[in-house]
Design a protein around this ligand. Structure first.
Ligand SMILES: [Zn+2]
Length: 360
């Protein structure tokens, strides 16, 4: 007689295999994290760290804060007290020691201690936005741009000025924000379309090739600006405004058809990377695109900020914007921001790093 198959056993074996299949990857994946969670920290470790902090002239309150920070970062048992003393012996200031303890990994600290005293580092740690993980990039940028201040180097590395165009790119998270920041490293999702686009009137827009669209708030302010300009005897219109991803793709491909890739990238944004896709950028014309020297340009330069517009790609700022100057391209950012950018004489790129990214 044929033996009846043992279904129960098979079911158990299948279940065990299934559980293992789920559990093993989870365990492997978590191992790295688990190894970072400190086991019990010995009192003697605390005491030694506290003692050596006092040797660096920390006050009572500072020692408490430092220990709290190190605990939160689960670093206490990663930092040996002799790191602190060695950093002091090397000549590092309290500010640098605080930065190092808070931000560097044990490996990075060890490497730093094996190098000779680094005067540049002492200056860099005091700069807002300094990021040790980019330290080598600061140094090599500094080597090739000796007259740029360290503060500006930190900012420029944040803007990825040292990288090639379209290198290390990321999708922006807030295309609906009036302060959305798009450049050659930051792109808009292919599917994005502003929800408040409005059709522009012939009075304000060259609708010859189809009715131009703009986001509502930008349009309201543009109308005000054009009315004010007209009163002063200056005339201009919106020539190009909102473009979809597909529109930009066509423009880029048409340009690429007749030019080398480098030339194309210099004069046309790749699809996803054009500010026009935000619905707040306008190319302004009076028969021809407005250019420096035109009375319209002078008027816009002097007055557009009052209506919330900035001139986005200026001459002399090409190394920051990574765009050839576009005298006719303006962008709505709101009156408050436009006023600040105008008064400080900075680019939107610098503004974004200093005032928007900082708050995130
Ligand atoms: Zn433009």
């Amino acid at each position: 007689m044929k033996k009846k198959p043992n279904y129960r056993l098979r079911r158990i074996v299948a279940l065990v295999i299934l559980i293992l299949l789920i559990l093993v990857p989870i365990l492997i994946f978590n191992r790295a994290n688990i190894s970072h969670i400190p086991t019990k920290i010995k009192y003697s470790e605390y005491k030694s760290i506290v003692n050596s902090l006092y040797k660096v002239d920390f006050s009572n309150g500072e020692v408490r804060d430092m220990i709290e920070t190190l605990k939160k970062k689960k670093k206490i048992n990663e930092i040996r007290y002799d790191y602190i003393e060695s950093l002091k012996d090397k000549g590092y200031s309290k500010d640098t020691i605080i930065y190092v303890l808070k931000n560097l990994s044990k490996t990075e600290m060890t490497k730093l201690l094996n190098r000779k005293y680094d005067k540049d580092l002492e200056e860099y740690v005091l700069i807002n936005g300094f990021d040790y993980s980019k330290y080598n990039r600061y140094l090599s940028y500094q080597k090739n741009n000796k007259n740029v201040k360290k503060e500006d180097i930190v900012l420029r590395i944040e803007l990825k000025i040292d990288l090639d165009n379209y290198e290390d790119t990321e999708e922006i998270e807030d295309p609906d924000s009036l302060l959305a920041y798009v450049n050659k490293h930051r792109y808009i999702s292919k599917d994005y379309e502003p929800s408040d686009l409005v059709d522009m009137d012939d009075k304000y827009s060259n609708n010859y090739y189809g009715v131009n669209k703009l986001r509502k708030e930008a349009y309201e302010h543009f109308k005000e600006m054009v009315d004010a300009a007209n009163k002063a005897g200056i005339e201009f219109l919106a020539d190009t405004t909102y473009r979809s991803y597909e529109d930009q793709e066509i423009i880029y491909n048409n340009y690429a058809y007749e030019h080398t890739k480098d030339e194309t990238d210099k004069y046309a944004a790749r699809p996803g990377y054009s500010e026009h896709e935000l619905g707040t950028a306008i190319d302004v014309s009076n028969v021809w695109y407005i250019e420096e020297g035109d009375e319209e340009y002078e008027w816009i330069q002097k007055n557009s900020w009052k209506y919330g517009f900035i001139m986005r790609y200026k001459k002399g700022k090409e190394d920051i914007t990574k765009y050839a100057a576009e005298d006719w391209h303006i962008r709505y950012v709101g009156v408050k921001t436009a006023t600040l950018i105008h008064n400080k004489g900075i680019t939107f790129d610098e503004y974004w790093i200093k005032y928007v990214k900082k708050d995130n």
